[in-house]
Design a protein around this ligand. Sequence first.
Ligand code: FAD
Length: 420
Amino acid sequence: MISGQWPIGLLGGKASEIRLDQRMMQQITVDIVILGGGVSGLWTLNRAVQAGYSAILLEKDQLGGAQTIRSQGIIHGGVKYALHGALTTASNAIRDMPVIWQTCLEGSGQIDLRGVDILSDAHYLWSRESLGARMTAFFASHALRERISRVPFHARPSLFQDDRFHGAVYRLNELVLNVQSLIKKLAEPVTNRIFQAGPDDYHLETIEGNVTALTFPAHDLTLRPKRLVICCGEGYEAVAKRLALPSPRMQRRPLHMVMVKFKRQTAPSLYAHCLSGGTRPLVTITTHYTKNQDTVWYMGGELAESGTKRDVPGQIKKAESTLHELLPWVEPTQAHWATLRVDRAEPKQSTLTLPDSAFVAQHKNLIIGWPTKLALAPDLAEKVMAYLPPLEKSTLPSPPVELAILPRPTIAEAVWDEIF
Ligand SMILES: Cc1cc2nc3c(=O)[nH]c(=O)nc-3n(C[C@H](O)[C@H](O)[C@H](O)COP(=O)(O)OP(=O)(O)OC[C@H]3O[C@@H](n4cnc5c(N)ncnc54)[C@H](O)[C@@H]3O)c2cc1C
């Protein structure tokens, strides 16, 4: 072993070499290789490195570039599920998420997220008319009292201080984050452990279902992970096929999101679910800003779910009429409209009705996870950590050395900057 010669950082792993023809094949043993650089892979990498594991992350395209960058950035605490009548006083993981994130954002949590751009310190619920007595009583109940409060007129978001508005507004203790700034912040402390490599870049070796090596022929490099953590979102399907994994199975839930861009900052900000009589918000609106400081309303909820059946002009028309119906005093003049089709990737479970905790499963030395919500990334990482074997003294990290062989992924652009 001549570790001083390695162009690859040891990253706390062990290096050795074997001679292949005239070439040297570098071999690096690491505790953990994580596949996928969305919020779940990045959060897990941070936790694993903090705990002393030698860990690296491979991202096939861009950091955050799949579901994460397309998300609305709401740190849900589960109140949305009250609409299903399914929120109970039982301790679901999701109800703890706003507090866990808040401590991270203040710098006293598991990961230091100080500096992440907080778009709103609350998300709101609004209804066109006053809510029915049953719902009003439920929101006022002991179970929800600390998480949801009725907002008096003067404290409402400006949009709901219009005389033409006759409904109710509730404030949820749920933050809304600028997701691109979150990805940057999560990558920062572990940047020298993140590399760009996709399934076409390496061969996978397995022994009795355990992944023993990822061999990169173009780089004369073999990574030998003790655990392979798969946080690939919908990329899991291809990995599962390659490894002939029978389970867990994945499902996609398609969405057809809508964006409306207002010139400069001519539109007020809005972070809210609109309640109807149904079990899910009619529309969920979050506000974001392009690089040119234009304002974008990003619209999901029922509009995006039912919109999968509409073509682009039909979906835009539906969004326009929905806005007109719900907020008739908002005039989206000089607005530019666009839509975005995206699938949510989740475990296929007959019982999966509400994503109230992250899903993590182990198969041999593979750990497979979907957070099912950005907000649940801390829960996912916690569960992955619980599957890791106790740390061996020999794998305690050495100071990471620059890894020069594999390229680095960039951070994904915000979707509005890509689209408009
Ligand atoms: C429109 C929309 C809005 C949403 N809004 C919210 C919200 O407001 N709040 C909330 O809590 N949740 C929200 N979600 C859900 C949330 O975005 C996802 O649950 C979360 O981002 C999933 O993160 P992830 O890291 O598991 O997956 P992803 O973000 O999909 O990341 C997977 C990564 O793996 C990479 N990859 C794939 N295959 C491979 C491979 N073989 N090797 C290496 N890398 C690979 C991909 O390139 C990608 O970067 C929303 C989802 C959508 C689609």
